[in-house]
Ligand binder design. Structure first.
Ligand code: 5GP
Length: 198
């Protein structure tokens, strides 16, 4: 059956486990021979220990980031928890032209923008909101603290933003609760396959 190259937008609050879900989902897609790639975002955030430039993010200075904005190199860009993040258009278009779907890990504002742009440009898109199980904020707090990568004031800011993001989950086509990683990734895979092979 023919597969249509699609933007696969994965969104949800900070700490919900989007990166782990995406990693597992990608392994599943590889096993099923579903051709895809991951959109490496640009950010002005400082790298965390272990993060690799060009793999996890393209780490940019604010000046470089602003220049990319002025050259309209981003499909979307947003300020998220005090730093800038953006999705470059060129590599995405290149992958789609080669028949590869592209997975995006972006925040709720970015996901909303991408949906609008994709609609205007007639690009196939599926969006999935990854939500924590109840009690939602408490679970996010535990996960962010357990991750140990951000100071307490940054965690508090991310949790404040999470309340607004969770309130918007029904705007997205699919909501997947990440209470167990394998199960959450399998659900995402089912939705993705249903879209790609429709
Ligand atoms: P973190 O700093 O924890 O890596 O990411 C913070 C938030 O920014 C996450 O919710 C992540 O999904 C989001 N994010 C990562 N890349 C992008 C991007 O290119 N655009 C937007 N709008 N959000 C992004």
């Amino acid at each position: 059956m023919k597969m249509k190259a699609t933007l696969i937008v994965i969104t949800g609050p900070s700490g919900v486990g989007k990166q782990s879900v995406i990693k597992t989902l990608r392994q599943m897609m590889d096993k099923e021979g579903i051709s895809h790639t991951f959109s490496v975002s640009s950010t002005t955030r400082q790298p965390r220990p272990g993060e690799v430039g060009g793999v996890d993010y393209h780490f940019r200075t604010l000046r470089d980031f602003e220049e990319m904005v002025s050259w309209q190199q981003f499909l979307e860009h947003a300020k998220v928890h005090d730093n800038y993040y953006g999705t470059e258009i060129a590599p995405i278009q290149q992958s789609l032209d080669c028949g590869e779907s592209v997975i995006l890990d972006i925040d709720v504002q970015g996901a909303t923008t991408v949906r609008q742009v994709a609609r205007d440009r007639n690009m196939p898109l599926i969006d999935l909101f990854i939500a924590p199980p109840f009690p939602e904020i408490e679970i996010l707090r535990r996960r962010l603290q357990g991750r140990g990568t951000d100071p307490e004031h940054v965690i508090e800011k991310r949790l404040r933003n999470a309340t607004g993001e969770l309130a918007r989950k029904d705007e997205f086509t699919h909501v997947v609760i990440n209470d167990e990683l394998q199960g959450a990734a399998e659900q995402c895979l089912r939705h993705v396959k249903a879209c790609l092979f429709a």
